[in-house]
Write a protein that binds this ligand. Sequence first.
Ligand SMILES: Cc1cc2nc3c(=O)[nH]c(=O)nc-3n(C[C@H](O)[C@H](O)[C@H](O)COP(=O)(O)OP(=O)(O)OC[C@H]3O[C@@H](n4cnc5c(N)ncnc54)[C@H](O)[C@@H]3O)c2cc1C
Length: 454
Amino acid sequence: MAEAPTLVVGGGLAGIAAALRLRDSGRPVVLLEGRPRLGGAAFSFTRGNLSIDNGQHVFLRCCTAYRWLLERIGAQDRVTLQPHLEIPVLRADGRAARLSRLPGLPAPAHLGACLARYSLLRPADRLRAIKGALALRRLDPSDRALDERTLGDFLRQHGQNDALIDSLWGIVATATLNLDPDEASLALAAKVFRTGLLDHADASDVGYAAVPLGELHHVAAGRALAEAGVEVLLGHRVESIEPGGPLRARAQAGERRWLAADVVLAVAHREAFAAAPALADSRAATASGLGSTPIVNVHVVYDRAVSRLPFAAAVDSPVQWYFDRTETSGLRAEHPDAQYLAVTVSAASDVVEVPSAQLQARFIDELQRLLPAARTARVLDSFVTREKRATFRQAAGSWAMRPGADPGIDGLWLAGAWTDTGWPDTMEGAVRSGISAAEAVLRRPVRQTSGVAA
Ligand SMILES: Cc1cc2nc3c(=O)[nH]c(=O)nc-3n(C[C@H](O)[C@H](O)[C@H](O)COP(=O)(O)OP(=O)(O)OC[C@H]3O[C@@H](n4cnc5c(N)ncnc54)[C@H](O)[C@@H]3O)c2cc1C
């Protein structure tokens, strides 16, 4: 009798992490992905000769699980990780500042020094900001009561005014929680600020891919999975998973059928219910209320360099962040003088349905306000990418809707950045969820079957 395989459904970061963790422990694994590529919500596509990321993806030094995955797939050298936090912040009135840490200062002194030098805030507000940071540092992210409040509510209670929320807290919170501070869960915000900024001085050093995302999450991950001996089947959308019976779970995709000991369902929450209707009556049923929030990226290619910064955040502007994509997209090789900036708009409910031409005009205009050199540059190309369901809606009250890896259905395990990882819907959360689901499978005794039925 052969050892029954574990099916991993979904080839995003959660599924990739789960498959590798299981295979590294000696389990036979089949990974089924509906799309023709791995990487899920963090992917690239081509436009002409350029490689375009569907949205800029950033991680922090504290993202230990995602960094583990990068290492596991041999891609740790294909990302840039700042030696110390340095975020340029621009304002449309021409003022600029930096959120940066002085190397060598321990937490929380590093933050005091950072905020004391943040010149976009008046000196009195810098003091208030330090008090706000210390109040956030006292929060326990594992306290479920925090999830009943919003970050905005907490910040105002601790003396943080609109200027502080817009020019400081919102820069980080909106990007990481994909929601306005006035809606975002205080528990998730506490996780972001404590783990990402306040507890360890180097935690918030910023990292991002130095190559198109597809090179990491599709090519490098695909190679690592193959080398590990995971059978990866792309273009295989699982239509139904029926738990129960002696083989615990079966999955069907098109004409093929698999019999498996365990199924790790590593798909987005809305897709999980479609693939496994039994979830609607399980302890994961609450996840049907999680909702989602969009992210929009506006991409602009100029005929010349308009910014010397690798990335910047902006305040008093609909441009929340922009990233220089010239090198990674391949533009440099094609047009050595040109520059490609990708503008990220998180919590994009207000703009996600705006027609592309309008968005392009608005953001090209905004970039001209922020970047004087853009006023005389010619736009060679611009386009919009929209991810209508980029993340789950990380609002106050969302914690209770996030199930753990075990929905209480024999043989079926859940992974995905939306599950209860304690982290926001991020690459880090996705990898952690995959590892948790794999470990739940590994805690059960190995089961035998007569093999995979095709
Ligand atoms: C535009 C954008 C910007 C973002 N920016 C950041 C950022 O800066 N930093 C950060 O950390 N995170 C960011 N995120 C979030 C991050 O991308 C996600 O949290 C993470 O990729 C989710 O991974 P996952 O594996 O949980 O789910 P997914 O990536 O959604 O993967 C699920 C996979 O399952 C497949 N699938 C679904 N149904 C089936 C089925 N029935 N059968 C087979 N396969 C199926 C899907 O095709 C998909 O590949 C961003 C997301 C977006 C969209």
